[in-house]
Design a protein around this ligand. Structure first.
Ligand code: LLP
Length: 702
């Protein structure tokens, strides 16, 4: 134990905070970190190596928690990364890109590109091919790439063989003879700057000798390069400084290393170290609860609620972690115990044959020294959400990572809609978690679209009311559900924000068709059912053409007297009734007032009508529409666009396709004009745009 994890009146504290108290708020298991311990470790490193003014690059893989990284970055440290993901995490945490070094044997072209674009300090190149790839990508981006070569010095770091990285049988780094060749080659490549040399011989190293041996070899090599005119600016000796996992063990002697490497660090080269474990390892613990006690034939088992998925080190490396009860118990267990998790693997243990004080089910246990390679190596194995993380500073504490929920376990998974699970022997339950929705827009009407062919959504009206709200939901003019249809590709059901079901909507229908096409529900040409009858659609990129029903009931020059004015207009039904009025300019027309008067005229009783105010332009028409039901002007109206285009053709001879501009956007109207003012084959074409995609939390909505 140490001064950061200590007992106060027989109860374990992290700094000045009771761990029991946190556990009642957060629930077990969880990781807990001591802020002050991390800082102490950083200060010790800085002090020990101060003579070099080194760049200390924290190795993110030890623990990439963004709060911890931000704290570390705030002390001026850089970052050691091994993937594009870690670069992303490092940048998010605030590590300056000019303090980031990038190692790893398998950097992909995308990752290299990302790192070049972000101008990191340098790549630790691990193969000849990788250098060529970096060169190629840098050329393409017109950037200079700074590289250092990772040497494999063939040194045994005397640590667990799984975490030894500097022996010749390891995949890491490049042996000296090859490295020399690569340095020579690289120094001739325009666009590549060879700025450093790197080694990382392993992790959890306990003494300085392997470093000294390796560095002696590096020194000879660096001198050779210097003689050949290759001058390097950085000497990166990697990380690997071990910590004490047992009570009487010593931490890695950093002062001794700093002192002894002095003759091996060439003047003029900046020292870089890449510690991970040393900074966060001892500063974290995994808190878990005893669930059951059980006696096997030979053993006593303490079964806790954390598993190897949360901390894999004991299972993977046989690593030893100190384990203590959170409430100090003075009683001793008679027999030695195995402390095990709930996972279905015999390697799911945290301790074996360990003397452990007697504790009861429900009591808490702390697995110490779990700050490094704990959470970063955790998984969802056995359907276990990853645990929460907590940070303590003095008597303050913060939840810095939420416990995952069951929802996370299926998040991102896609059940393909075309694998057709519906004819099997059993009715499958509704998809349990994330329900994908798309937000789409057509000519200024916005919709939420969901694939509801599994009937995941049953409370359709309620869902529409919830989701369409602008502030408390997603916000939309309507909810569109794609459902199964007997004689069509799908059924479009559209609900208004008040929960009522609409028969049809031109703008919504376009969105539905494109959604269904992109989801693989229907083809480029499809037919779908609506409450207003079947609709045919053709999708081409973001443009969707839908076939409208043939118009009927055309009435020429209808004269309406309202108050003192006479209005002459044209009536047509394009699925819904429309009355068309032509104006020189529709700009100044009082749409709401005039529209209301007209729709209320007894001529249209009892159904009323929509009213379209139309202005003929050079390239088509401009319309403004008063919609009955809404009882106001709307941004766009599909059936109104069709009605206005057809009447403009019949009266002013505009030929199809007629471009119709509305406040919310433009559409094109196609049709065939036959004898006797008979119009057929009407198509409305307009955009259906995807604004964004997201997920609904299934639990809340199904
Ligand atoms: N630099 C490079 C290039 C590395 O590969 C590593 C760790 C470090 C620095 C940081 O090493 P550290 O100072 O943390 O020892 N999962 C194992 C440890 C794997 C270490 C991998 N490389 C464990 O739990 O013991």
């Amino acid at each position: 134990m140490n001064s950061f994890f200590h007992y106060q009146e027989n109860s374990l504290f992290c700094e000045e905070k009771s761990i029991e108290e946190i556990a009642t708020k957060v629930g077990t298991p969880f990781y807990i970190y001591s802020y002050s311990y991390i800082i102490q470790n950083i200060q010790q490193l800085k002090k020990a190596f101060s003579r070099y003014n080194p760049l200390i690059c924290y190795s993110l893989k030890a623990n990439p928690n963004i709060t911890l990284c931000r704290i570390i970055a705030s002390y001026g440290l850089g970052a050691d990364i091994v993937s594009g993901g870690e670069l992303y995490q490092a940048l998010k945490a605030g590590f300056p890109s000019e303090k980031i070094v990038y190692s790893g044997v398998g950097k992909t072209p995308d990752e290299i590109k990302y790192a070049l674009e972000k101008n990191i300090l340098f790549f630790n190149v691990e193969s000849e091919q990788e250098l060529q790839e970096i060169k190629k990508i840098a050329e393409k981006l017109n950037k200079r790439a700074k590289v250092s070569i990772r040497i494999n010095p063939d040194i045994d770091a005397n640590t667990h063989h799984y975490i030894t990285t500097g022996k010749k049988e390891n995949k890491f780094g490049i042996p000296f003879p090859q490295a020399e060749k690569i340095y020579k080659e690289a120094s001739k490549i325009p666009g590549i700057d060879t700025v450093g040399i790197h080694m990382h011989i392993g992790s959890q190293i306990k003494n300085v000798e392997p470093y000294l041996e390796a560095l002696q070899r590096l020194k000879i090599f660096i001198d050779k390069l210097t003689r050949k005119g290759i001058n390097l600016s950085y000497l990166d000796i990697g990380g690997g400084f071990g910590i004490n996992y047992r009570e009487k063990e010593e931490k890695f002697p950093i002062e001794e290393l700093s002192e002894k490497i002095a003759p091996l660090v060439p003047p003029g080269m900046r020292l870089i170290i890449e510690p991970g474990r040393y900074i966060v390892g001892n500063a974290g613990a995994l808190i878990t609860k005893l669930i059951y006690k059980k006696s096997g034939k030979r053993k006593e088992f303490l079964i806790v609620d954390a598993g190897m998925n949360d901390l894999i080190r004991p299972s993977l490396y046989g690593a030893y972690h100190r384990i203590i009860p959170v409430k100090k118990s003075l009683k001793k267990y008679g027999k030695k115990v195995d402390i095990v998790g709930p996972i279905c693997e015999s390697t799911d243990f945290f301790a074996q044959n360990r003397q452990f004080p007697a504790i009861e089910s429900g009591e808490l246990i702390a697995i110490l020294d779990a700050g490094a390679y704990g959470v970063s190596m955790s998984s969802n194995y056995n359907g276990r959400p990853r645990v929460a993380e907590v940070l303590v500073k003095n008597d303050n504490w913060w939840l810095i990572k939420q416990k995952e929920s069951y929802w996370n376990l299926t998040q991102g998974q896609i059940v393909p809609t075309d694998i057709n699970l519906y004819h099997r022997e059993i009715m499958l339950p509704a998809s349990p978690s994330s329900i994908e929705f798309w937000k789409m827009e057509g000519a200024g009407n916005d919709f939420i679209l969901l694939d509801n062919r599994d009937e995941i959504i049953k409370k359709r009206a309620e869902l529409a009311q919830k989701l369409c709200q602008r502030k408390k939901g997603i916000g939309a003019d309507g909810l569109i559900l794609i459902e199964r249809a007997k004689q069509a590709d799908f059924f479009m059901r559209i609900f208004n924000p008040d929960g009522s079901e609409a028969e049809m909507c031109g703008n919504g229908a376009r969105c539905a068709a494109r959604f269904a096409y992109l989801k693989g529900v229907a083809g480029e040409e499809c037919t779908f059912q609506t409450l207003a009858g079947p609709i045919k659609a053709r999708i081409k990129e973001n443009k969707v053409k839908i076939k409208m029903s043939d118009p009927f009931d055309f009435k020429k020059e209808v004269k309406l007297r309202i108050d003192t004015r006479e209005y002459t207009g044209y009536f047509i039904n394009t699925g819904v009734p429309h009355f068309i009025l032509f104006y020189e300019s529709v700009d100044k027309v009082k749409i709401k007032e005039t529209g209301f008067k007209i729709r209320s005229h007894k001529y249209f009783h009892p159904d009323g009508t929509n009213v379209d105010f139309v202005e003929i332009k050079d390239d088509g028409i401009l319309i403004r529409t008063y919609e009955r039901g809404v009882e106001d002007e709307t941004l766009a109206c599909g059936t109104g666009a069709v009605a206005s285009a057809i009447i403009s053709h019949l009266i002013y001879n505009l030929s199809p396709p007629v471009k119709v501009k509305m406040k919310g956007g433009s559409v094109n109207v196609w049709f065939e004009s036959n004898e006797g003012s008979r119009i057929s084959n009407v198509f409305l074409e307009g955009e259906a745009n995807i604004t964004y995609k997201g997920y609904l939390n299934g639990g809340d909505y199904v």
